[in-house]
Design a protein around this ligand. Structure first.
Ligand SMILES: C[S@@+](CC[C@H](N)C(=O)[O-])C[C@H]1O[C@@H](n2cnc3c(N)ncnc32)[C@H](O)[C@@H]1O
Length: 278
């Protein structure tokens, strides 16, 4: 089976795969938010990533969806000089970004909801950096104004309500600090195919198989105005927005992943600044 990427739901055929569309797991659900539902979904996300932890590094370290469309554009928005900067890697998974940051001299803290992901990140970084289990839905137990920057790659969309996570991230950033966030593009082909309406914030669910591990994962798709509005309400100012575009070289390098992927927006990568008034 074709290895799929996060957070392009695995098995996604951008050109429209009728078999996939018929799959009972490939559907959208508009859900009423409530605390019980949110904690149940948190547990489902954690279980899914627990199961993926043993295969995460090998299936995502160098691929189209996590490297070319996610980590590469994220890296392009980071300061050139990282030595000595305190950086928080949120949703660190097995620490691929954390390791890259450590190699460049950053002082890295990585957090993730999945214990096996955190253990793998710890092992992989060989005692460098600090890694611990934390759920972004809960206030983070980190001191105020301790980080120069935060990276949050493909993680915030697991949460419906961003007030607590964005409040935590704002609080732990130093004045003028940066926050680089990647999300599925609200106009990605998967969204277009499965959403009710562009303007609805809704839960999309899909099934991924990576190196023989199959999981169902749900994430919240929201329109651009909702993304920008929530960050602005939290006290962030938008500094840069990238819509990574595949080059011919990328397509030649990953012909399997790129097959059927049009010249369309797939991910959105934002750099926010902590507003000086906050
Ligand atoms: C798409 S992966 C992140 C990829 C990673 N940044 C990388 O470059 O390999 C999303 C990660 O977010 C974590 N996650 C999901 N929900 C979370 C939450 N509520 N709090 C903290 N981490 C969460 C998952 O366990 C998973 O490891």
């Amino acid at each position: 089976m074709r290895s799929c990427s996060i957070d392009r739901p695995a098995g996604w055929s951008p050109g429209g795969d009728s078999a996939a569309r018929k799959s009972p797991t490939r559907h959208r659900r508009v859900e009423e938010g409530n605390a019980r539902g949110d904690s149940r979904r948190d547990a489902q996300v954690r279980d899914a990533y627990d199961a993926l932890a043993p295969v995460w590094t090998e299936t995502t370290a160098d691929n189209l969806w996590n490297e070319v469309l996610d980590r590469r554009p994220i890296r392009s928005l980071l300061p050139v000089q990282l030595t000595g900067l305190a950086v928080l890697d949120v949703g660190t998974a097995t620490g691929t970004m954390a390791h890259w940051l450590l190699e460049r001299g950053a002082e890295v803290t990585g957090i993730d909801i999945s214990p096996p992901m955190v253990q793998t990140a710890q092992r992989r970084c060989g005692g460098r950096g600090r890694f611990f289990v934390a759920d972004l839905a809960q206030p983070l137990e980190l001191q105020d104004s301790t980080f120069d920057g935060v990276v949050a790659s493909l993680v915030l969309h697991y949460l419906r309500d961003w007030s607590v996570p964005l409040g935590s991230l704002l609080r732990v950033l130093r004045p003028g600090g940066w926050l680089v966030v990647s999300l599925d593009h609200p106009g990605s082909p998967f969204s277009v195919e499965h959403r009710t309406s562009y303007f609805t914030t809704e839960l999309l669910t899909d099934r991924w198989t990576k190196a023989g591990v199959t999981v169902d994962v749900s994430w919240w798709r929201r329109p651009l105005s909702a993304v920008v509005g929530d960050f602005a309400d939290a006290g962030f100012v938008l500094d840069r927005l990238l819509e990574p575009r595949l080059s011919d070289k990328d397509r030649a390098r990953f012909p399997g992943d790129a097959a059927g992927v049009g010249d369309v927006p797939l991910r959105a990568v934002y750099r926010w600044r902590k507003a000086s008034m906050t």
